[in-house]
Design a protein around this ligand. Structure first.
Ligand SMILES: [Zn+2]
Length: 142
């Protein structure tokens, strides 16, 4: 990424983070639990023509090097079908996800929810370990 692109992205940070309530828009991890800012990601990847614009930027807890990359879809493990990923701007989180009773796992309520959990590895071991600590702060998480 060029220096200009980094600067462009940085200029959106405050607005995207405020809009997201300073939480990951996929797993709701609060930014205050991290020693760094959360990441901005393009929902529609730049490689697919997604613009660097408020409407296409998502606040997320994974770095660019992780799961989403240029994907816009994932495999729903229940129906074995490819589904689009959850879109935080256009869809309601509560319709597609819920927390397990122990609040450690995200559960997909829909094909989109399950495909998103699978693609973004939202229940990976590190996240589950982190959630076990975060849930000691029910005022902050989830
Ligand atoms: Zn997250």
């Amino acid at each position: 990424m060029s220096q200009r692109r980094k600067t462009d992205l940085r200029s959106y940070y405050t607005r995207v983070a405020k809009r997201a309530g300073h939480r990951c828009e996929y797993c709701h991890a609060p930014e205050s639990f991290f020693p760094h800012r959360l990441s901005l990601d393009h929902f529609v990847p730049e490689s697919a023509g997604g613009p660097t614009a408020l409407a296409n930027l998502v606040l997320c807890c994974y770095g660019r090097q992780f799961q989403k990359l240029a994907f816009e879809s994932g495999l729903d493990p229940t129906t074995k079908t490819i589904r689009p990923l959850f879109h935080p701007r256009r869809q309601r989180w509560n319709r597609h996800f819920r927390w397990s009773e122990d609040r450690l796992h995200l559960e997909g309520l829909t094909r989109i929810g399950r495909a998103t959990i699978e693609r973004l590895a939202l229940n990976n071991q590190r996240q589950i370990e982190a959630r076990s600590r975060w849930k000691l702060h029910p005022d902050l998480f989830p």
